[in-house]
Design a protein around this ligand. Sequence first.
Ligand code: ADP
Ligand code: MG
Length: 258
Amino acid sequence: RTTGDLVLSTADITKKFGGLVALADVSVRVAPASIVGLVGPNGAGKSTLFNVMSGYLRPTSGSVFIDGVEQTRRSGPQRRATMGVARTFQHPELFSDLTIREHLVLAKRVRSAPRRLWTDLLKVSGLRMSTATRDDTVDALLEDLSLTDDAERLAVGLPLGVARRVEVGRALITDPRVVLLDEPSSGLDESETRDLAQVLRDARIRHSVALVLVEHDVDLVLGLSDEVYVLDFGKLIAHGTPEEIRRDPAVRAAYLGD
Ligand code: ADP
Ligand code: MG
C-alpha cells in the first residue's frame, strides 16, 4: 500500500517535551474502514500520538498524512475534523444542560459550520435546541448506539458506559473517515465494555469508518483490531495482527507480563 491508499498515516514522528522524548520515529498506517489498535503502558506516548495525528500538537519532526496528503504543519484540529478525522477524549466532556439527542445534533451542525460553534452553543443554552426537528441520521445513529431509549435524557449524571457511547456518537455524526478513540473502555465495567466493543464493530461496518483505538485493555484491542501497534517509552516495539502481537516475545516481555 502506498500512503495514498491510507486514510491516515504518520512517518517517523518524533515529539519532544523539553528533554523528554515522548515519541521517537513512530510510523503508523491506517487503511480505510480498518480497526487499528495502539497499546502500551502508561506514559508510552499513546495520547501524544493521537494529539499529533489530530492536529492538537505539532511534532518535533516527522509527518502526518490524511488521504496521502501531508498535513503536518498545514492544518489544525478543526480543519482535520472537516477532512474526516474525528476523535474522542479520555474524559468525555458532555454539556450537562443538553440531552443526548442535542449532543448529536450539535456535533453535526458544528461539523458543517465550524465557525458557528459558539453561536450554536449560545442558542442552545438560551432557547434549547428544537428537538421537534427530527433528523433521520441522528435517529439512526441513536439506534446504532443503543441510545434511542435515553435520547431525551440530559447528559448530566449519565452512567459512564452511556456517556462513552454519546462521545462515539458525536464523532460518528460528523461522517468521518477515521475516528481516534482514546481509552474508550476506561472506567467501564465488563458488560459496558462488551456493549462498547459491539458498538465499535457495528460502527466500522455501518459507517465504513476506520477506528484507531488507544487502550490499556489489551484483550479488548486484540479482540477488535485488524492490526496492532505496541508503544513502549515512545518507541514502537511491535506491529502486527493480534495473533502476531500475542506471540511476540518483546511484547510479552515488556507488556503482557511474561
Ligand atoms: P500515554 O497516553 O501512553 O499514557 P502520553 O502520550 O500521555 O502517554 O505521555 C507520554 C509522555 O509524555 C509521558 O512521559 C508524559 O508525561 C509526557 N507528556 C505528555 N504530554 C506532555 C506535555 N504537554 N508536556 C510535557 N510532557 C508531556
Ligand atoms: Mg493517554
